[in-house]
Design a protein around this ligand. Sequence first.
Ligand code: UGA
Length: 431
Amino acid sequence: MIGSGYVGLVSGVCLAEYGHDIVCMDKDVAKIEGLRAGKMPIFEPGLEEMVRDNVKAGRLRFSTDMADCVPDCEVVFIGVGTPTNKETGHADLKYVYAVAEEIARHVKDFTVVVTKSTVPVGTGDEVERIIARTNPKADVAVVSNPEFLREGAAIKDFMIPNRIVVGIEDQRARPVMTEVYRPLFINQAPLMITTRRTSELIKYAANAFLAMKITYINEMADLCEAVGANVQEVARGIGLDNRIGTKFLHAGPGYGGSCFPKDTLALVKTAQEYHAPIQLVEATVAVNESRKAKMAHKVIKAAGGTVAGKTIAVLGLTFKPETDDMRDSPAIVIIEELVKAGATIRGYDPEGMENARHVLPLITYCDGPYQAAEGADAVVIVTEWNEFRALDLKRIKVAVKTPLLVDLRNIYRKDEVARHGFRYICVGRPG
Ligand code: UGA
């Protein structure tokens, strides 16, 4: 497994759990040394224990050297990052291509090379070309096998997937990939084998569809506010039609994270390049982008039209709960807009504060929700951590200057909050 970030590490450890012999490789020496010492580079529930057990069982080890692992492997996964190139909006494939070159130099016998990283259509073809160019003697089959795991639920998503998608051109890879995933079939996971380009596109099509679904309900929430309807009931009312489904219809401050923003943008770029633009996804990207600032203005409006000189407590900084990931978190734009409008921010997040300090250096970091609330003119819930679902509102009331709760994740109800003397503003509901 080349690349021991989110996708690589979780996939590697889960495959080890199912009995395969796995080497997780990364060129980041500190990361590998940490992993050898049992220190996880990311926060993911259940990961640390699973790493420890599999290392102990002798099925999992860590390495910084391809020469030490690639020659003996039947399957080499590429799980390195594909960040957005800030100038072009494209997925940046330099890490994938560099790894492909290096794999080419080290393969010995027939090897299946699998891209697990999210890569644009046609990347598999390029990986194949790079390997052939670097080492004409390399006998490889290049396969696409996108990963559909969610941060915070990554292990469960890997172990009990809705489906496994494998894109194959060289049919010799078919029995090998079936063998890799055989242990998961006991969980009834359907294995879909298709062409490489189709498989690459499935990943983007899935993420863009989910991003569209969220954006649709977010716009519906705005309409609900305008007409006096309740977006949670609209979501349930439409979601019970199983052609629509109830999931990913929670209105909120806009989607964030390392996947949806990057993948929607990359899909837009690919579609434009092939002269088949997907306008629905283009609109999704634009609507989601503007939504974050819109949420800051919702707070400003709730605070009486200005936050200049006011103190705002922000609860939750990561893009979603159960992760320490700050990448593209809506909290970043919301806080920056509030600061621009003259507010002082007191922030708290159960896991994300270390990462938050890099992107949001100007806020005061607090030890908990009650400390964050001290002297605040508004308390704003941006991420729905469980810790915020049962706040002691009496205690918050004593701490704040003005009892105003802006709940951007709809985790409270107006009546229960009003009972404690708070004014309550949420998203797409009367209360
Ligand atoms: C997402 C997909 O859900 C995974 O299937 C996919 O494998 C992954 O991207 C990836 O491409 O690697 P992830 O970004 O970890 O997973 O998190 P999600 O749970 O999908 O949440 C994404 C964002 O959407 C969050 O900001 C979340 O708050 C927001 N969201 C989600 C909503 O605002 N409303 C919803 O109903 C659901």
